[in-house]
Design a protein around this ligand. Sequence first.
Ligand code: PDD
Length: 295
Amino acid sequence: MTPYVADPVYLNGRWLPLAEAGVSPLDRGFLYGDGVYEVIPVYSRRPFRIDEHLKRLQATLAGIRLANPLAVDAWKAVVSGLVDAAPWEDQSIYLQVTRGADDKRDHAFPPSGVAPTVFAFASPLVTPPAEVRARGVGAITVPDLRWARGDLKVVSLLANVLARQQAVDQGCAEALLIRDGFVKEGAASNVFVVRDGILLAPPKTQLMLPGITYDVILELAEKHGQPLEVREISEAELRAADEVWMTSSTKEVLAITTLDGVPVGNGPNAGRPGPLGERMWQWYQDFKNTVMRND
Ligand code: PDD
């Protein structure tokens, strides 16, 4: 079986086998979920939009008032060290920084001498297989119970975990998060809606993670002349949509074909992936094969 994590992993300046990598049980990531992360897709051993991912990491670190432990070039060296050592052409690089381990438990920040914990590893990049894409996936809607800084990619993911598990319990792949009557995103993805040929995308606010894939979708829509509106999407519009998609670095563009058990869309194609999603997936593949693999 393919291992999920390649050896070596990176931990606090050292390269070591996963089995030998350990952190203190007093680490604030463990005690408080006090840390941040990134997931960077790698195509043909080329990290995709690494500068944008590292910028988002920096913005999240600033948002939780944690100094970035590594300069951009040092992060790039960590990522390329992982990519070079891993056996796969397409990978997913996971980076995590926590506020480190003090010698006591106290909610307030530890003294400045406490070093952050930096952990990173490579996994194979597994995108949805053709048969899943052909069918699309089911999603449920749930109230968005997360804190009010969804724009920060923090490891405190309990609300996301519970939402995603609720979806899995109901045989679905994703939970769409509804706040104040509007759909914000999925538990681990961004959401797009198609209505009357127009692509709708929720705006980047503090209540949504600014997805790197989301940006690519907007760029591809503009490049191909696809009508696009970036604005809040009401729950009613979501339920009346012709198409609903989820996007992320690992899911790419994936059609949601049932919502709370009801087929998405109208007419004979209800409950099937729609034409615009198919086109966007193809544009994404073309972009991946011409640009991402040669970046
Ligand atoms: N999740 N929104 C949320 C809440 C996410 O967790 C993610 C990604 C996205 C999409 O972001 P991007 O396009 O940059 O992957 C949106 C990653 C993959 C994860 O948590 O594993």
